[in-house]
Ligand binder design. Structure first.
Ligand SMILES: C[S@@+](CC[C@H](N)C(=O)[O-])C[C@H]1O[C@@H](n2cnc3c(N)ncnc32)[C@H](O)[C@@H]1O
Length: 213
């Protein structure tokens, strides 16, 4: 059983609460301390992106079953996976291509007394055998470059063929995301919806949801 050191107690100036999950802001002293000793993140894993808050809100309406096995792709600081581990006892693997995000993920998980397993890797290199144990795959703001569209589409197809039941990707609505939505809706029966939240930030994002037929 982990105990939370005193220095990790919540401070509203430096924390955001989203569905009873605490996010430490980049301004939090412990985050700043990590940043001082970290190399720069290579692919935008340098904060908790707002799509995470919207994805958490969506998952609060459409939660996984208790103790589901979940892969969070492009986890960055991993708040969505932490939310699922904390509130639904999900077995979460948080995958990112950038190893510098891991200490930030661990800090956020510690703050929430949640267990999440970090895996360093590129989603595009995962094989069927790596994916077949997952019930659900989630990702927030992971389709931000044009050259991510095709690998993400192939990854989604592979995941479905491996038996993954549900893939959910939240995004602010960048052009590569819409390109992914177009092919996922046409070929994989994907659905796209708009999700607005007022808390912890007023924002509107988009969700691509694909279910195995
Ligand atoms: C914009 S950030 C979003 C981070 C987090 N999901 C969030 O919402 O706060 C994109 C993340 O995707 C990761 N990433 C980019 N390409 C990846 C790949 N091919 N495989 C795994 N992770 C990747 C980056 O390192 C980064 O952490």
């Amino acid at each position: 059983m982990k105990t939370k050191p005193l220095e990790y107690q919540s401070n509203s100036e430096h924390t955001i609460i989203c569905h009873n999950t605490t996010a430490l802001k980049a301004s939090h002293p412990e985050v700043r301390k990590l940043k001082r000793h970290s190399a720069a993140q290579s692919a935008h894993g340098n904060k908790i992106w707002r799509s995470s808050f919207v994805l958490i809100d969506y998952l609060s309406t459409y939660p996984p079953e208790l103790e589901a096995t979940i892969l969070e792709v492009g986890c960055g600081w991993g708040l969505t996976g932490i939310y699922l581990a904390k509130h639904y006892a999900a077995n979460v693997t948080a995958l990112d291509i950038d190893d510098t995000v891991e200490p930030f993920l661990r800090l956020q998980a510690l703050e929430n007394n949640a267990d999440v397993t970090f895996q360093l890797g590129d989603f595009a290199r995962l094989k069927v055998t790596d994916l077949e144990s997952y019930d659900t795959i989630i990702g927030a703001d992971i389709c931000f470059w044009d050259d991510l569209v095709e690998p993400l589409y192939d990854f989604i197809k592979l995941s479905l063929s491996a038996g993954v039941n549900r893939i959910i990707i939240a995004d602010p609505g960048r052009p590569p995301f819409w390109a992914l939505c177009d092919i996922a809706v046409e070929h994989l029966n994907g659905e796209v919806l708009t999700r607005r939240i007022d808390k912890p930030r007023k924002t509107e994002k988009f969700i691509l949801s694909i279910e195995r037929k």
